[in-house]
Write a protein that binds this ligand. Structure first.
Ligand code: ZN
Ligand code: FE
Ligand code: FE
Ligand code: ZN
Length: 276
């Protein structure tokens, strides 16, 4: 059998989160028609106590999410994974631990979208970037990522350099220093690192993570997988040609598939030649 030309997409959002469109079946149709061999549906996890209710389904909607993913699984056996994008923030651990154990997820993406109560990647809260030193933000962020990895609750670290979303960058050498403890924790705890092509569609115009971070992850033996972070079916697998090329360029020749919360290694699809 020839190698698939694109890897599975491990990160898409459905209409249930309130800021995306498309059902799991619409995502699957879009993915399979463009050579994506498998798909994980990973909506934003519901949260207790009204935490960030604007960007996620309510707890009472979870049964609908579960049913919608099951319906797609029945239509395309073996090709749809039941996933979730779970926020890590201070105090979430015990609730999250119970929630994740209660539902039979295939893959749990861990994500940091908040520093304290500040949603640093939320366009409505972009003013927060003027209120704190840049280095402090990145340092606090990577500290959260390290703690996320150390909980052992997650399979994947999603969009590991998300604070660059609006273009707030650090010099590469400083970024690497601040990220190192988080990368070490990810390596030790055996999490996979997501190559998230969604950054290409954001002001920064760059895949998460940057080449500097991805090269270091490769040195540390951290497994990778791919996610588009699509919020509409048209974007499923968007940017994956560039994402695969980036993985090869940073030293990778393998990626992983996550199923039933276990990582399985596979050969990386060949990189398509860059077009002028
Ligand atoms: Zn979202
Ligand atoms: Fe996210
Ligand atoms: Fe996402
Ligand atoms: Zn995301």
């Amino acid at each position: 059998m020839p190698l698939p030309t694109l890897p599975p997409d491990h990160h898409v959002h459905t209409l249930l989160c309130g800021h995306a469109t498309g059902t799991p079946e619409e995502y699957a149709e879009a993915a399979f028609s463009r050579g994506i061999p498998a798909l994980a549906i990973t909506d934003h996890i519901p949260a207790p106590d009204g935490y960030d209710p604007e960007t996620r389904m309510g707890i009472k909607d979870f049964a609908r999410y579960d049913a919608a993913v099951r319906k797609a699984q029945a239509r395309w056996p073996g090709r749809i994974r039941f996933g979730i994008e779970a926020d890590f923030y201070t105090g979430c651990e015990s609730w999250l631990n119970t929630f994740l154990q209660t539902h039979p997820f295939d893959v749990v993406l861990g994500a940091v979208h908040f520093i304290g109560t500040w949603g640093f990647d939320n366009p409505a809260q972009i003013g927060g970037w003027q209120e704190r030193p840049l280095e402090r933000i990145w340092s606090d962020y990577f500290d959260q990522v390290r703690r996320l990895a150390e909980t052992g609750l997650f399979d994947v670290i999603a969009h590991i350099d998300l604070p660059k979303k609006f273009g707030h960058r650090l010099p590469a050498s400083r970024l690497l220093e601040l990220a190192e403890p988080a990368l070490q924790a990810i390596a030790v705890r055996g999490l996979a690192l997501e190559i998230n092509s969604g950054g290409l569609r954001k002001p920064v115009g760059e895949i998460y993570p940057s080449p500097t971070l991805l090269r270091r992850a490769c040195e540390l033996g951290i497994p990778i997988l791919f996610g588009s972070d699509a919020h509409r079916p048209e974007d499923v697998g968007a940017g994956f040609t560039e994402a695969v090329r980036l993985a090869w360029a940073c030293g990778y020749s393998q990626h992983v598939i996550v199923e039933e919360r276990r990582l399985r290694w596979e050969s990386l699809p060949p990189a398509a030649p860059a077009t002028a």
